[in-house]
Design a protein around this ligand. Structure first.
Ligand code: PAD
Ligand code: ZN
Length: 381
């Protein structure tokens, strides 16, 4: 049946209220307007950034419910709106929560990968024309991060999409849509980890584990993987960690104290915070070498959270920086990461802990709350 130009009725996971589980609903997805693309989502994985929203910790003041979460997806273009030239029906695509307009000051600069064009509407859960394409029982449903891939069909801006190799398995490469790129690129692009260096990664979800993988790919000599869940040691070591530390095993001594002791007071060259917690951000910062250590913050906290550090700790040259989507420009780099996976240069398979149905996603988020597993991939039929 030709669905182009018509609304599509399908299944989606809807967040009606913060701090409540997702509900499985039949929704209507309007056709794409000019400059938009409607996608049949094939797979989508869970990310802690979705969970931050469910738990009311992220952007609660700016976001509106009901909304459809999901920003780590892959699918096939169903139809395109007027003026869309980059993709056409049938193309295999990954939606980009970090768009690339190629026109804004940020996109034209090689100093950042963060496009500014859609920021305001995207944060407000709207399409660029300030409306939404989703309704449920006649009620407006908002978008999330410009993707909303916990739905069988979604509509995105053509700035927020990239075409990928049609041979790539969508239920694997969906993780390139956020987790893998974010951690791997934080090490390679943002921190620029050097050969023979020492690294420490705080938090071993898909983001932290891919930071471990990035440190290894960059030739780091020592990679300390840190998590309060001892079960993460095995996979971290498989991906390149040389040591594992559980802060819960250290008694009263803060982890940065132990790291300094173990490095003869020297500290670590590159640290990464991949949890989203101000206390571990401080630990990651103070674990760095006092003159040249670089601490990269990847984890996301509530928007009002502040981070206080001793000013003298930064004066000698220790650096504190952030990283969004691993420093990758979506349209330019995501197709290349897919090729790296196809050429067996990038491991994704080890990050996928389980395949689930959409209806099992609340349980998958429960396991994520407990710090278990890496990614749970929803496969749509
Ligand atoms: P996850 O929940 O899968 O993994 C977090 C890990 O941290 C788990 O293994 C926990 O056991 C562990 N952990 C929790 N508390 C502590 C602690 N105090 N000390 C040590 N370990 C701890 O999350 P994820 O990998 O999906 O995401 C991690 C963070 O990265 C999260 O805050 C998410 O919002 C953020 C993120 N940032 C970007 C970006 O572009 N900057 C993109 C995607 C995700
Ligand atoms: Zn994410």
């Amino acid at each position: 049946m030709d669905t182009a130009g018509k609304p599509i009725t399908c299944k989606a996971a809807v967040l009606w209220e913060f701090n409540k589980p997702l509900s499985f609903e039949t929704i209507e997805v309007a056709p794409p307007k000019a400059g938009e693309v409607r996608i049949k989502v094939v797979a989508n994985s869970t990310c802690h950034s979705d969970l931050h929203v469910i738990d009311g910790a992220l952007w609660e003041k700016r976001m509106q419910c009901p909304l459809i979460l999901g920003h780590e997806g892959a699918g096939i273009v169903e139809s395109v709106g007027e003026g869309v030239t980059e993709v056409q029906a049938g193309d295999h695509v990954i939606p980009l929560w970090n768009p690339q307009c190629r026109e804004c000051e940020n996109c034209k600069s090689n100093k950042t990968n963060v496009c500014s064009k859609l920021r305001d509407t995207q944060n407000a859960g709207l399409m660029p024309d300030k409306t939404t394409r989703f309704t449920c029982n006649g009620k407006t449903v908002y978008h999330f991060m410009g993707c909303s891939t916990f739905s069988e069909y979604t509509v995105v801006s053509d700035l927020s999409i990239c075409k990928i190799n049609p041979e790539a398995p969508l239920d694997k490469v969906c993780v390139i849509g956020c987790g893998i790129s974010t951690g791997y690129g934080a090490a390679i692009n943002s921190a620029k980890v050097t050969e023979g260096s020492s690294c420490a990664v705080f938090g071993l979800g898909a983001v932290g584990l891919s930071a471990v993988m990035g440190c290894k790919a960059a030739g780091a000599k020592t990679i300390i993987a840190i998590d309060i869940n001892p079960d993460k040691a095995e996979i971290a070591k498989k991906l390149g960690a040389t040591d594992f530390m559980n802060p819960k095993d250290l008694g009263q001594i803060p982890i940065e104290g132990v790291i300094l002791q173990q490095t003869g007071g020297r500290g670590i060259d590159f640290t990464f915070e991949c949890i989203g917690n101000a206390a571990t951000m401080k630990s990651a910062f103070y674990s760095c070498h006092n003159a040249w250590g670089v601490c990269t913050i990847v984890g996301v906290t509530p928007p009002t959270q502040e981070l206080s550090i001793i000013t003298l700790a930064i004066v000698a040259g220790r650096k504190l920086q952030g990283s969004v989507f691993g420093g990758y420009k979506g349209k330019d780099d995501v197709p290349k990461l897919v090729e790296q996976y196809m050429n067996k240069e990038l491991n994704i398979d080890d990050f996928i802990s389980q395949n689930i149905k959409l209806e099992e996603v609340n349980e998958a988020f429960d396991t994520m709350r407990q710090g278990k597993l890496a990614r749970s991939v929803v496969k749509f039929e």
